[in-house]
Design a protein around this ligand. Structure first.
Ligand SMILES: Nc1ncnc2c1ncn2[C@@H]1O[C@H](COP(=O)(O)OP(=O)(O)OP(=O)(O)O)[C@@H](O)[C@H]1O
Ligand SMILES: [Mg+2]
Length: 174
């Protein structure tokens, strides 16, 4: 039986970096775009690559699929990488993206957009706060989750909005 594991998250949360480590550890890893090319599921490739997610989800991949659409490919398990929005903003600004594109993605992270989509599309979902972790450490946690020891990474513990509110209260108080 093929088992598809989605490694997903807002752009900049570290999916590709973590996937590279897992590849070195001999896991079978592919990106959504690689699979889309392989199965002729690219709709458009001018500005950005547009993947035919519905068509691609019919091809089961045995291994880890990384990319911000991977949780939409009917995976058996989804792992959502999270990153504090303030840090994510710095990372994405460094890519030379427009202010608008950076803020769009920072807001998506703040509002748990990918996590919610993953929960709607997959029965088994986990999330990792990568903010203070090295890429290697995140890869280790992914391994732990894949091997069935990911109980503490069940969703619900990460809440960027409350963290922001706490900080705002500190500012107002002093
Ligand atoms: N845990 C981490 N700690 C520090 N820096 C990280 C971490 N994970 C990733 N980075 C850095 O953040 C940047 C973005 O990482 P990466 O390209 O892997 O993100 P991504 O999730 O694959 O983004 P995209 O969806 O756009 O492909 C890279 O410069 C990477 O080295
Ligand atoms: Mg990537």
């Amino acid at each position: 039986m093929k088992r598809t594991i989605a490694l997903t998250g807002t752009p900049g949360t570290g999916k590709t970096a973590v996937a590279e480590v897992l590849k070195r550890k001999r896991y079978r890893v592919a990106s959504v775009v690689e699979l889309a090319r392989m199965h002729d599921c690219i709709l458009d490739e001018n500005d950005e690559v547009v993947v035919d997610v519905e068509k691609l989800s019919k091809f089961k991949f045995d291994g880890i699929v990384e990319g911000h659409l991977s949780h939409l490919l009917s995976p058996n398990l989804s792992i959502v990488l999270r990153c504090n929005p303030a840090i994510l903003k710095e990372r994405l600004s460094g890519r030379g993206w427009s202010e608008e594109k950076v803020m769009e993605n920072v807001e998506a992270e703040l509002l748990d957009i990918i996590l919610v989509e993953a929960l709607e599309n997959c029965e088994e979902v986990y999330e990792i706060d990568t903010t203070d972790l090295s890429v290697e450490k995140v890869a280790e946690i992914v391994e732990r989750i894949i091997s069935g020891q990911g109980e503490r990474y069940k969703p619900g513990k990460i809440d960027w909005l409350s963290e922001l509110e706490d900080r705002l209260e500190d500012v107002v108080r002093f």
